[in-house]
Design a binder for this molecule. Structure first.
Ligand SMILES: [Zn+2]
Length: 251
């Protein structure tokens, strides 16, 4: 397979944030550790204020979920030619238009998915090895993120394929000739989910994001997890206070 690599002039161009808003200036530098680490994001610049002052922040530790009649998640995902981006904070897979999720009659278009290790979400205090966040946006600009928890196990062809084509340099984009990804095949078969309101888990930590975490984890080979961790050993924001939010679980 032929690999094509390109360097983006500005990594923000490929982030979820850029897809949801337009910014004239490149975003201020942030990181997961050190003086630009997660506990300092709110101080880096005024635009990141929500990271410190927001009351509906993500990720969370999922506990005491209340059973509820929640709408089914209807994924209209097909096969796509992905472009795989190293945006300096994670590996992000951009997908062409036409993939979407329908929740209670509302369409949300899939923009991209990306990874964190360990998983940002905890369940009863425990993280998974990794998580994939599928970022969707409605025509009105409402963001809906579906999280698939990832545990080591039998190789999943889809995620293992992505994780064997990792652009190593920040700002680098990789496309692989002939590579087609079966997006629906990335998801677990069980579609039960935890549901709560939250935020972006990276600066500017904007709120108003609808979170759905699938209860059934997917398996990825230990080697693929190791390859991701060679690039990003720890890119998870710590869990945030619930502040009275209720987590619901579908039936
Ligand atoms: Zn994420």
């Amino acid at each position: 397979m032929k690999l094509s690599r390109a360097l983006a002039s500005c990594s923000i161009l490929v982030s979820a944030l850029c897809a949801s808003a337009s910014f004239a200036a490149p975003a201020a530098h942030w990181d997961y550790r050190g003086k630009h680490g997660a506990t300092h994001w709110g101080d880096i610049e005024p635009a990141y204020e929500s990271c410190a002052k927001g009351q509906v922040q993500s990720p969370i530790d999922i506990r005491n979920a209340q059973a509820a009649q929640l709408p089914a998640l209807e994924f209209s995902y097909g096969r796509v030619a992905p472009s795989i981006v190293n945006n300096g904070h994670t590996i992000q897979v951009n997908v062409p238009k036409g993939q979407f999720l329908t929740i209670a009659g509302q369409r949300y278009d899939l923009l991209q998915f990306h990874f964190h290790t360990p998983s940002e979400e905890k369940v009863q205090g425990k993280p998974s090895a990794m998580v994939a966040h599928f970022v969707h946006r409605s025509e009105e600009g409402k963001l809906a993120v579906v999280a698939a928890l990832i545990q080591p196990g039998k190789a999943s062809t889809g995620f293992d394929t992505v994780l064997s084509h990792l652009p190593r340099q920040a700002g680098e984009t990789l496309t692989v000739d002939g590579l087609e990804l079966d997006l629906a095949g990335l998801l677990p078969t069980e579609r039960r989910y935890w549901d709560f309101e939250g935020s972006l888990t990276t600066p500017p930590c904007s709120e108003g994001v609808h979170w759905m975490v699938l209860t059934q984890p997917v398996k990825v080979s230990a080697g693929a997890i190791r390859r991701f961790r060679q690039l990003y050993p720890a890119n998870a924001r710590p869990v945030q206070p619930l502040n009275g939010r209720v987590v619901r679980i579908s039936q």
